[in-house]
Unconditional design. Structure first.
Length: 186
């Protein structure tokens, strides 16, 4: 089967103006496997959109489209975002920007993820440039064993979004989800 479809375009303004938005900025992320996993994870844990900086991979790369398993068509995303501009715009709009960094000062579990947040995730090999880390409001980390160098980008993204999902979900919603999982396993 072959189909030619018009792609949906999203406006950055509408994404940033959403109350209590949860966004990911993928800064110069190039690996199709990471991009597709980040799309799927963002969709699974209720993120409002994925923002891809200038220099990031093509979200319409066939590997990304295939592995994103439909998330590419149900999750808003915007490509070509200027990272520095976004940090300044977020500050003006009172959206918290969190640079995920192994040298972070506070753990992701100790960070309030309930309000409007942009998670700033860096390139697979180079991480985030210092200008993006310093321009963010906080440098956060995922606690792990001291002998561990780092996590795969899409895994770190998943852990971070899951923490945001937990914090944003009401107790009754988590109870409902957990009850469903328990019933399914019986």
């Amino acid at each position: 089967l072959l189909a030619v479809l018009k792609t949906k375009e999203y406006e950055l303004e509408s994404v940033l103006s959403k109350k209590n938005c949860l966004l990911t900025l993928a800064y110069e992320v190039n690996d199709p496997g990471n991009l597709s996993t980040m799309f799927r994870t963002s969709r699974a844990f209720g993120a409002d959109a994925m923002l891809l900086s200038k220099g990031s991979g093509d979200p319409y790369n066939p590997k990304v489209v295939r592995a994103a398993a439909g998330a590419l068509f149900s999750l808003p995303f915007i490509s070509g975002v200027d990272g520095q501009w976004l940090l300044e715009e977020a500050r003006d709009r009172k959206i918290k920007t969190l640079a995920l960094d192994a040298d972070g000062r506070q753990s992701i579990q100790e960070t309030d993820l309930t309000g409007p947040v942009i998670l700033v995730m860096g390139n697979e090999a180079r991480g985030l440039p210092e200008s993006m880390v310093e321009g963010s409001q906080a440098r956060v980390k995922i606690p792990m064993e001291p002998s561990t160098e780092s996590l795969n980008l899409s895994i770190a993204h998943a852990i971070t979004l899951f923490e945001a999902y937990k914090q944003r979900s009401s107790g009754s919603n988590l109870d409902r989800i957990n009850a469903g999982e328990k019933k399914a396993s019986e």
